[in-house]
Design a protein. Structure first.
Length: 230
């Protein structure tokens, strides 16, 4: 590699760099969009229950464990995003979250959906925790599932930067998806809707950051970001 070529590539990398302060501000922005979920989940009235005839899953309180473990997973992922995610992928993720969260919160506002609280028996730790979530967690904003689309976005971007962990990422996504059904927090349509908006946001983010260029798919690999070693 000639010195002039190296200089040009270094300038390009510097131009794409996202300083820490800017990363924090952008992450706060997308989190604020997602936080619209809270008032709409508690204060919305009316709407529809997106329940299908095949939504006959028995509630199993043990599945509340992976359901609530999503929260520390998301927080630790935010730390990874801010400090470890490659600059161009960071731009892609911010764009992906902006679109995904905007579509979802707009759906919550203009097309409200809800899930009825279940009647739970038993006094064990998991049942009590699930009962608390059903009674105090807000029953609206069912479609699309926030648990699903947030976890799926993280799985997609984490596995993009660290391909060797993709099976772990999507195994976690599968467990989270099942947990939303077996805790009575969501229906199948909610899960599928979460997949759909997350995939749409992911591909939009890659396109926005220049990682999914138009043209012949056979040339895609040559134009993608060179992944750092994991």
């Amino acid at each position: 590699m000639t010195s002039s070529t190296y200089h040009v590539e270094k300038m390009n990398r510097d131009a794409l760099a996202v300083p820490l302060k800017k990363r924090l501000l952008l992450i706060m922005l997308v989190c604020c969009i997602q936080l619209i979920y809270t008032p709409t989940s508690y204060r919305t009235i009316g709407g529809i229950e997106p329940k299908l005839p095949i939504d006959i899953f028995p509630i199993s309180s043990i599945w509340v464990l992976p359901y609530v473990l999503c929260y520390p997973l998301w927080i630790s992922s935010l730390i990874w995003i801010v400090f470890k995610l490659e600059d161009r992928l960071f731009r892609a993720l911010v764009a992906a979250c902006s679109l995904t969260f905007s579509i979802s919160t707009s759906t919550f506002i203009f097309f409200p959906t809800y899930v009825k609280a279940a009647t739970l028996t038993g006094q064990d730790l998991f049942t009590n925790l699930l009962r608390f979530i059903h009674e105090h967690g807000g029953r609206y904003d069912a479609f699309p599932s926030g648990h699903v689309y947030i976890t799926m976005l993280l799985a997609l971007f984490f596995s993009y930067q660290y391909p060797r962990y993709k099976y772990l990422c999507f195994s976690i996504l599968a467990i989270v998806s099942v947990s939303t059904l077996l805790t009575g927090q969501h229906y199948i349509l909610d899960v599928l809707g979460g997949y759909a908006v997350a995939l749409s946001g992911y591909h939009f983010g890659l396109w926005w950051a220049g990682l999914l260029p138009a043209g012949n798919r056979s040339n895609k690999k040559s134009r993608q970001l060179v992944r750092p070693p994991s």
